[in-house]
Design a binder for this molecule. Structure first.
Ligand code: MN
Ligand code: MN
Length: 358
């Protein structure tokens, strides 16, 4: 071993030392988040041996089918988070209301929002899943939290990250000074800094979108995808590849490693749901990571981190990745909203499928 390895805890302590007034509470909180991720990684890694494979018969507060691991991972986050004394409350994908810290534990100054298991339908096929987390300051100190306390724009996040449980387990983290990746050394159970200062490459020829929703897309999204599919012969002048892993964590991880663009855009499938992904514990933490790595995150019409949340489980359209691609899509939305993309908005154009020639 040449240079001394740095664990995630040592990394956080080094960050903390940059701020002489820091109390260490934030470092300690992230230490508990790391512990929750390690516990979940252990169970996910046991797979069918853990005896909890298959779909549960339960449905969560948002009407989505829960697998047993959704419930177990949620419980691990709650039990691990409440113990440390650094939180005033938590919001989870799996709970309708904020979780108040039980009286037996001290309360702290931070709020934690999380998706305990992202992409959980990937479990049975042994494809990557993850956990996503976001840390805010509790606006009213350590009082029991109200839903409004969590409804801060993402730009106010103190830190954000995810764990990815794939071939290796990693935590990818930002505390507002770049994005750093840590790989779990299963031999001695520590996350080691392996990916310092992750940067999204400027250019890409990869995009990810769920093409089965094509008929519900808005014209600016259709325009973007058509141009990518046209490849070398089209206005982009180069061939693109398409990707889709059905796990936001895995999509963002790929983009942080080798660039690309991810879209779950606004569509017309269900007018009650202007997007699919949840702002507080999916879009906001991922937007902070992507921006900290030099990329951009947008709804197509606004920067994600500027949105003022209006509900704990609010859904938003999400377009993130390489900055120039996100800016291109924002421009297409603006041109559409100003009626400048007539060719792409005509009914004739709408009827033509991108994938089926007719
Ligand atoms: Mn999710
Ligand atoms: Mn989930």
């Amino acid at each position: 071993m040449s240079a001394r390895e740095q664990t995630i805890t040592e990394f956080m302590i080094a960050e903390q030392r940059r701020f002489p007034a820091a109390t260490g509470d934030f470092t300690a909180l992230l230490n508990y988040v790391r512990l929750a991720c390690k516990r979940i990684s252990f169970i996910v890694g046991r797979g069918a041996l853990a005896g909890i494979a298959g779909s549960a018969q339960t449905v969560n507060v948002q009407g989505e089918t829960q697998v047993p691991l959704d419930v177990i991972a949620n419980d691990i986050f709650l039990r691990t988070g409440e113990y440390g004394g650094h939180l005033a409350g938590m919001v989870s994908e799996e709970l309708a209301e904020p979780y108040a810290i039980p009286d037996e534990y001290p309360r702290g100054r931070y709020l934690l929002s999380f998706d305990p298991l992202d992409g959980s339908s990937n479990i049975d096929i042994n494809a990557p899943v993850g956990s996503i987390f976001s840390v805010l300051r509790a606006p009213r100190g350590s009082d029991p939290p109200s839903p409004e306390d969590f409804m801060q724009p993402g730009a106010q996040q103190l830190g954000a990250g995810y764990a990815i449980y794939g071939a290796t387990t990693m935590i990818v983290l930002t505390v507002g000074r770049g994005v750093h990746g840590f790989t779990l050394d299963r031999g001695f159970g520590e996350f080691i800094l392996t990916h310092p200062d992750m940067r999204i490459p400027e250019e890409t020829s990869e995009f990810a979108i769920n093409a089965s929703n094509e008929r519900f897309w808005e014209p600016p999204v259709r325009r973007y995808v058509i141009e990518c599919l046209a490849g070398k012969s089209g206005v982009r002048g180069k061939d693109f590849n398409m990707r889709w892993i059905a796990s936001l964590v895995a999509e963002v991880h790929r983009i942080l490693i080798r660039g690309g663009l991810f879209m779950y855009p606004r569509d017309t499938k269900d007018p009650q749901r202007p997007g699919r992904l949840r702002l507080l514990y999916e879009a906001n933490p991922m937007a902070m990571l992507i921006e900290q790595a030099g990329g951009a995150a947008s709804t197509g019409r606004a920067r994600v981190l500027d949105l003022v949340p209006d509900g704990l489980h609010q859904r938003v359209p999400l377009v993130l990745g390489c900055r120039q691609e996100v800016e291109r899509i924002e421009r297409y939305h603006a041109e559409h909203d100003q009626g400048l993309d007539a060719a792409y908005s005509s009914p004739l154009f709408k009827e033509r499928s991108l994938f089926i020639q007719n």
